[in-house]
Design a protein around this ligand. Structure first.
Ligand code: PFF
Length: 449
């Protein structure tokens, strides 16, 4: 047993904003719109929504159950229930995936920081896309500023994490999340009222299922896991700080609804505007950074909107980054018995170095590729399309087949204080035991073939 006194969330609202803060991030505002754009619009969204409801919710319940039951970091949680077993792979995946994700996440977080500063200059916003494009590649390919921005972003996240759960993560999330919501709503309204925005709305509403391939399915699954922070122990870790009385269902539904709402809002803020200005939606990861400034340039108060947007993106990235760091820091403090400060410094150094390589792989290290991917893409692809789905698969198998059924019931009913129909519980267990593992395996195997 760990002798360290554990920190915890101070209130229900605090839990909600912290978990929603982890879920809502670059995944919603940067990744989701361009994934929708490159994967055919409405059809991708429908598959995505189906995955969220059928697979992600049961995985989220499962991660919460493990975390709150054991009151431990992801690795410690598994080892409390199944010591020295192969299930510890879940703990290993958690720590490795957190480091992998942060190694590109923090770089993109750094880009958002830089774009806030850039937005202050009136010459930044131009309607000339080739100039914006070369401005973006010129910046991301350089060896100095993006690395400094990555380290700055990482340092801000680390400072929040060092303050602990209640004083750090919860306090900042409480202020940052509502601000974020209001700003995205304003942007979506602005985008939807542009001339020609209807084309974009149609793209988001009318599905063309012929666009769905095995790779699209995996992309949608990876995106759903990434966006909801699943499959890598983040919700196990946050779940361990949740009070025994809280209703895990309510939290899971609220978080999934908030995250999906943010993704759709981001889609509504970006895609109609992209169509209104005749920009190809399949632009890829640069969509936000190249296309939006062009859109801002053609809007009244463009600089103000631009500053607001990149500020939103940075805030969203920050509340997610702190949850990613917390997975590693909780592991270092509880398993390796480091103090919180030392754990944060060690994590900062590891991700600082990996992130630097990932940033440089946009420029000087561009030609250094593995399996045809740059270091940056490798961190992104490996985590979203391999580690998270495999982690999610192992988590449902673990809760379905290894954790005692009575314990799962006890957690889902918060020690018998929350009513749960027997048929609903049986249904959830069937999904966790059979449907979710089979569906994830099919998507993984299908894309391998
Ligand atoms: N969910 C975050 C986003 O959408 O940006 C990213 C993320 C955070 C992924 C935490 C995984 C995680 F554990």
């Amino acid at each position: 047993m760990s002798t360290i006194k554990r920190d915890g969330f101070g209130s229900r609202f605090g839990v909600l904003v912290a978990v929603a803060g982890s879920a809502v991030g670059l995944g919603n505002l940067w990744r989701f719109p361009y994934m929708v754009g490159t994967n055919g619009g409405a059809a991708f969204i429908i598959v995505y929504l189906a995955f969220v409801i059928v697979l992600c919710l049961p995985i989220m319940f499962s991660e919460f159950v493990i975390g709150r039951r054991t009151q431990s970091n992801a690795f410690g949680a598994i080892s409390k229930i199944a010591p020295r077993s192969g299930w510890l792979t879940i703990g290993v995946i958690s720590v490795v995936a957190s480091i992998c994700i942060m190694s590109f996440y923090s770089v993109v977080g750094g880009w958002t920081l830089d774009y806030i500063f850039k937005s202050f200059s009136s010459s930044f916003l131009t309607s000339d896309s080739s100039s914006l494009s070369s401005q973006f590649s010129g910046f991301t390919e350089s060896s100095f500023v993006p690395v400094i921005m990555h380290l700055l972003f990482l340092a801000i996240s680390a400072l929040i994490v060092v303050a602990g759960v209640k004083n750090g993560i919860e306090k900042y999330s409480k202020i940052l999340m509502p601000v974020l919501f209001i700003l995205v709503v304003i942007l979506a309204i602005r985008s939807l009222t542009l001339d020609g925005a209807m084309e974009g709305v149609k793209f988001l509403l009318y599905p063309d299922f012929s666009k769905i391939t095995g790779d699209t399915l995996l992309a949608a699954l990876g995106q759903a896991f990434f966006s909801l922070s699943l499959g890598m122990g983040c919700i196990i870790t946050y779940g361990s700080y949740v009070n025994k009385k809280e209703n895990l269902f309510k939290i899971s539904f609220s978080v999934a609804a908030a995250d999906t709402g943010f993704a759709i809002l981001a889609g509504l803020a970006v895609v109609p505007a992209v169509f209104a200005f005749g920009i190809p939606p399949g632009q890829g990861p640069s969509l936000v950074f190249i296309t939006l400034p062009q859109i801002f340039a053609q809007l009244p108060f463009g600089n103000v909107i631009s500053i607001a947007f990149f500020f939103i993106l940075m805030i969203a990235a920050l509340t997610s980054a702190i949850s990613l760091l917390e997975v590693v820091v909780a592991y270092f403090t509880e398993e390796l018995k480091m103090t919180r400060k030392v754990a944060v410094v060690v994590t900062f150094v590891i991700i600082g170095i990996f992130g630097t390589f990932s940033s440089l792989s946009q420029g000087v290290l561009k030609d250094f590729t593995l399996f045809g991917k740059s270091i940056f893409d490798l961190f992104d692809y490996t985590s979203s399309n391999i580690l998270l789905p495999v982690g999610g698969l192992l988590v449902v198998l673990f809760v379905g087949w290894r954790v005692k059924r009575a314990d799962v019931l006890d957690e889902l009913t918060s020690g018998g204080t929350v009513a749960l129909r027997k048929s609903l519980f049986t249904g959830i267990m069937l999904v966790i035991k059979f449907l979710a593992p089979i569906a994830i395996s099919i998507v993984l195997i299908n894309s391998l073939i």
